[in-house]
Design a protein around this ligand. Structure first.
Ligand SMILES: [Zn+2]
Length: 214
């Protein structure tokens, strides 16, 4: 905690002081264009990897970047609340589901029951991603444990993209071209983000951006 307290003072005394005008304007309103849904994992930092600023990303984080299907949780679904906020009020143009390498949540899917014994909330939450495990076991029967982890992390991103579409207001926004969906995979050790390409059905490296196309 000491380190965080020191950080707060450092932030206020240097970064904030230099950017005071930016923060004063930011305090008035937020206008993010992107809803960024990712894992609670401490190694994933959306602003760092996208080199974006406060105000750029409306961020939802939870264990395993899971979007419960529309009917899976009737109420008190915080992801659904964030989706409504982002789509209806902030009117974001893009929704990114960003999974990552070495995801502990995805490993839990294959753990023995006893590992999550007494952790009922975690167990129920992880169970929302069970279809991913079933899919991987069916379509990739002969792979190593490490390969299975990487494939599960990626398949989970695709599953959550499908889950988002079960929300009628998101489905309408997609249909009307008001919102675009993206699946990203953050490789922590390589510092790389791969983007799902529906044409190739693969996670591909993003092409380098030139000044012309932003
Ligand atoms: Zn994770």
């Amino acid at each position: 905690m000491e380190r965080l307290f020191r950080g707060i003072h450092k932030f206020h005394g240097s970064h904030f002081k230099k950017e005071e005008e930016f923060f004063r304007r930011l305090a008035m309103r937020q206008t993010p264009e992107v809803l960024f849904i990712t894992c609670a994992d401490s190694r994933v930092d959306p602003n760092l990897v996208t080199q974006s600023k406060p105000g750029d990303l409306f961020i939802v984080r939870n264990v395993g970047n899971v979007i419960p299907p529309y009917n899976a949780i009737k109420d008190k679904n915080s992801v659904a609340a964030a989706l409504e906020f982002a789509v209806h009020i902030l009117k974001v143009s893009d929704i990114i589901v960003c999974g990552h390498s070495n995801c502990g949540a995805m490993k839990f899917l294959y753990e023995d029951e006893s590992v999550l014994q007494g952790l009922s909330h975690l167990k129920e939450w992880i169970a929302l991603a069970e279809p991913v495990k079933r899919h991987v076991e069916q379509f990739y029967p002969d792979i190593s444990k490490v390969q299975r982890e990487r494939i599960t992390e990626k398949e989970n991103i695709l599953e959550q993209l499908r889950n988002i579409e079960t929300y009628p207001f998101v489905a309408s926004a997609l249909h009307e071209g008001r919102v675009y969906l993206h699946g990203w995979y953050y490789d922590i050790g390589k510092g790389d983000i791969l983007c799902y390409d529906p044409m190739s059905d693969k996670f591909e490296r993003m092409p380098p951006q030139t000044k012309d196309n932003g």
